[in-house]
Ligand binder design. Structure first.
Ligand SMILES: [Zn+2]
Length: 358
């Protein structure tokens, strides 16, 4: 089978590999679609970050570079390993792509397995990936999805789960007003979850094309240009002087962090969703005087079932976020290069590793 593998910075190759062995407790999945993520771009341009190097194996997966890439994928079960009795061949599934130590409690009540030591991701630190034609995954991380959800849209459930967990971390509830700073893929999908929870969403975004996308997809009630309007003033106007209940930082840009501190009402909650590669400058006095709650969020934890339900019930339509479909041969030239150089119009580019469905 063919798979895109990460060898190191600026070095991704399409290799011919043996099919994975579907061992006991594992599920064999024919990958249908795999999204390209900002994290993949960071590995390509600046990595290895999550990926192992050729000489230091990941402590849990035991794998070194090269590793198969791709962690946002959907597929169809082709084989069940011994002991897996609650799924069937032919079933549509998505994967919660965790690499987590065997000794960690990953049960349905756990709220912190994603924060366990050396946590990493399938498709970054080993375990195969969605940019290969087939993958074998432990039953724990396989989530069935109803056939009413097309497989291309199902590939977006993984990044949508990031938005779900961020929304959950904020404590936002129906009737609240949220400000989302940045309308890239994660900003848009976080907004989609908030809208599904009946929260009023204000997006602040520099790019006119991204603002338009936020409005066209219906995930934002208002899309503001921070160069044109004073976002904090506008949010106060929209909330009768009160300010926003929650805010989501989805850019890792200092000025956005500052703006979101200003849009919040006293006792508001600021959730930092983006990955910061540098230290931020922080107005601590403002945090104290407004009693603002600052919260981090990373990935997801037992978030997939509820996220899948939002999609299956039709509360979230993922179709408008798919902006391209390519084969694995075009991964770097058509996929990565588009997202790096023309990221205003591209939201999610999906890859078909087998070429089926293109
Ligand atoms: Zn991702």
């Amino acid at each position: 089978m063919r798979a895109a593998r990460y060898y190191g910075r600026n070095d991704i190759r399409i290799d011919e590999l043996p099919e994975p062995e579907v061992g006991p407790g594992m599920v064999g999945i024919d990958v249908a679609w795999c999204g390209i993520c900002g994290t993949d771009l960071h590995e390509y341009l600046e990595g290895p970050i999550f990926c192992p190097t050729p000489d230091t194996p990941h402590p849990i997966s035991g794998e070194t570079a090269p590793v198969t890439m791709g962690h946002e994928f959907s597929g169809v079960i082709y084989e069940l390993g011994d002991g897996v009795g609650d799924l069937r061949v032919g079933q549509h599934v998505v994967v919660e792509p965790y690499i987590i130590g065997e000794d960690v409690d990953t049960g349905p009540e756990s709220k912190d397995y994603h924060l366990s030591r050396d946590m990493n991701f399938i498709g970054l630190a080993g375990g195969g990936g969605g940019l290969g034609e087939k993958i074998a995954v432990r039953r724990r991380w396989v989530h069935p999805v109803s056939d009413v959800v097309p497989l291309d849209q199902a590939a977006l459930i993984e990044p949508l789960s990031v938005g779900y967990h961020a929304a959950e971390r904020s404590g936002a509830k129906a009737g609240d007003v949220a400000v989302v700073g940045g309308a890239g893929p994660i900003g848009l999908l976080t907004a989609a979850v908030l809208k599904a929870l009946s929260v009023t969403v204000v997006v602040s975004e520099l790019s006119p094309l991204r603002r338009q996308k936020a409005l066209d997809t219906g995930v934002a009630d208002y899309a503001l240009d921070p160069r044109e309007v004073d976002v904090a003033q506008e949010v106060r106007r929209l909330t009768n002087g009160k300010g926003a209940d929650v805010a989501f930082e989805c850019t890792s840009v200092q000025v956005v962090l500052d703006t979101l501190m200003d849009v919040l009402r006293p006792t508001g909650v600021l959730v930092v969703v983006s990955i910061w590669g540098k230290r931020a400058d922080f107005d601590m006095h403002k945090l104290v005087m407004k009693e603002i709650d600052l919260r981090g969020t990373i990935a997801y934890v037992n978030s997939h079932p509820a996220t899948i339900e939002l999609v299956e019930s039709g509360k979230i339509d993922l179709a408008p976020f798919i902006t391209g479909k390519i084969g694995v041969d075009g991964l770097v030239e058509e996929g990565f290069e588009t997202l790096i150089h023309r990221n205003e119009t591209a939201v999610k580019i999906l890859v078909s590793p087998s070429g089926e469905g293109l």
